[in-house]
Design a protein around this ligand. Structure first.
Ligand code: HEM
Ligand SMILES: *[C@@H]1O[C@H](CO)[C@@H](O)[C@H](O)[C@H]1NC(C)=O
Ligand SMILES: *[C@@H]1O[C@H](CO)[C@@H](O)[C@H](O)[C@H]1NC(C)=O
Ligand SMILES: *[C@@H]1O[C@H](CO)[C@@H](O)[C@H](O)[C@H]1NC(C)=O
Ligand SMILES: *[C@@H]1O[C@H](CO)[C@@H](O)[C@H](O)[C@H]1NC(C)=O
Length: 318
């Protein structure tokens, strides 16, 4: 009995260590420069995104930012299912495999898979078999943010692609828009992201749209009766929907947060002061957002000989 307990607690300790693993020592900003010196990776990502956004599709900047969040968060605490920013979200379902695309927070909601495919095609043409889909997602999120007027930052590279995905982890780890502040803090805390990181990362809702079914407040373009047409879109930031700025926090201080989870950040709780600060100090928001994005991008990357470099982001290599 005692040894079974000891075995169990050392297993739990190991699982906990894996959950919080931030072993990103092998990531580096110049990761691909020796394997493919001629590759202008950031240039390729930037060109695809610029053309996408200038074709009247500015929302795609927001969608790619969200795609990265939804790739990084689902994380197994079991050595055989270590999922961080590993492109697990990009794997298509097959007859014998159910991935993350059909998990509740993702299905009919996460967008941008075709844009990642386009970038990957261009990158493969320049340097086949070298660059991971996981790194492309990280770079696309950075450029999506910047092209909508937000901050930029350097992305460390060298994440490898998973050979699996987890429908159940996507369901359990990604936060629900009906969450309370305590639940949100716990969900981010489980990933090693603290309250400041959580409140700053939520500022991503300064861009993009939600389907009316998730809106707590009724927006002008949502149908009068809930349930009539839940897929109509409403902007998450009522003021500047395609500009990455700090207006989202101004919305919250006026109790105009669209999702319940948004307004929870300013509702008499521990994050009120920070929300107020960000609403009047966009430089403080940008600095904390960048720090938190870098932290999020370092959640349990696959490095070294783990995982693989997928040839096609949607399927595991055979
Ligand atoms: C704090 C917990 C969060 C919750 C509960 C949440 C929930 C949601 C929901 C329900 C939507 C609308 C989806 C739809 O209607 O299909 C949405 C959209 C979005 N989320 Fe979050 N989110 C959270 C945090 C984040 C974070 C950390 C990021 C990125 C750093 C992010 C980025 C976005 C973006 C950019 C959109 C708009 C996407 C588009 O227009 O395609 N969210 N979120
Ligand atoms: C990479 O491409 C970008 C955008 O096309 C360009 O601005 C940049 O100068 C290029 N960098 C190098 C090192 O060629
Ligand atoms: C990115 O790194 C380069 C080289 O280390 C540095 O000069 C530049 O200021 C950094 N950019 C940002 C946005 O941090
Ligand atoms: C959150 O973590 C950052 C460093 O990653 C730190 O600067 C900040 O003080 C922390 N905030 C809280 C509320 O613990
Ligand atoms: C619901 O809204 C969507 C998107 O605006 C539209 O394509 C669809 O036809 C609408 N359905 C109904 C029943 O009104």
């Amino acid at each position: 009995m005692a040894s079974a307990n000891a075995g169990r607690s050392s297993f739990l300790l190991l699982a906990l260590l894996l959950c919080f693993s931030t072993a990103h020592g092998q990531l580096s900003e110049t990761f691909y420069s020796s394997a493919c010196p001629s590759l202008n990776l950031t240039g390729i990502v930037n060109r695809v995104l610029r053309s996408e956004l200038s074709n009247g599709n500015q929302r795609m900047g927001a969608s790619l930012l969200r795609l990265f969040f939804h790739d990084c968060f689902p994380q197994g605490c079991d050595a055989s299912v270590l999922l961080g920013c590993d492109a697990s979200i990009l794997l298509d379902d097959t007859g014998s495999f159910t991935g993350e695309k059909t998990a509740f927070p993702n299905v009919n909601s996460v967008r941008g898979y075709e844009v990642i495919d386009q970038i990957k095609t261009n990158v493969e043409a320049a340097c086949p078999g070298i660059v991971s889909c996981a790194d492309i997602v990280a770079l696309a999120a950075r450029d999506g943010t910047f092209l909508l007027g937000g901050p930029t930052w350097n992305v460390s590279l060298g994440r490898r692609d998973s050979t699996t995905a987890s429908w159940s982890q996507a369901n359990s780890d990604l936060p629900n828009p009906a969450s309370s502040l305590a639940t949100l803090l716990a969900a981010f805390g489980n990933k090693g992201l603290n309250a400041t990181d959580m409140t700053a990362l939520s500022g991503a809702h300064t861009v993009g749209f939600t389907q009316c079914q998730f809106a707590k407040l009724r927006r002008s373009n949502c149908p009068r009766t809930k349930g009539v047409n839940d897929t109509v879109l409403a902007p998450l930031d009522v003021q500047t929907q395609v500009t990455f700025d700090n207006a989202y926090y101004g919305d919250l201080t006026k109790y105009k947060g669209l999702l319940h989870s948004d307004q929870e950040l300013y509702n008499g709780g521990s994050q009120d002061a920070l929300v107020k600060k960000y609403s009047s100090n966009s430089a403080a928001f940008f600095a904390d957002f960048v720090a938190a994005m870098i932290k999020m991008g370092n959640i349990s990357p696959l490095t070294g000989a783990d995982g693989q470099i997928r040839a096609n982001c949607r399927v595991v290599n055979n």
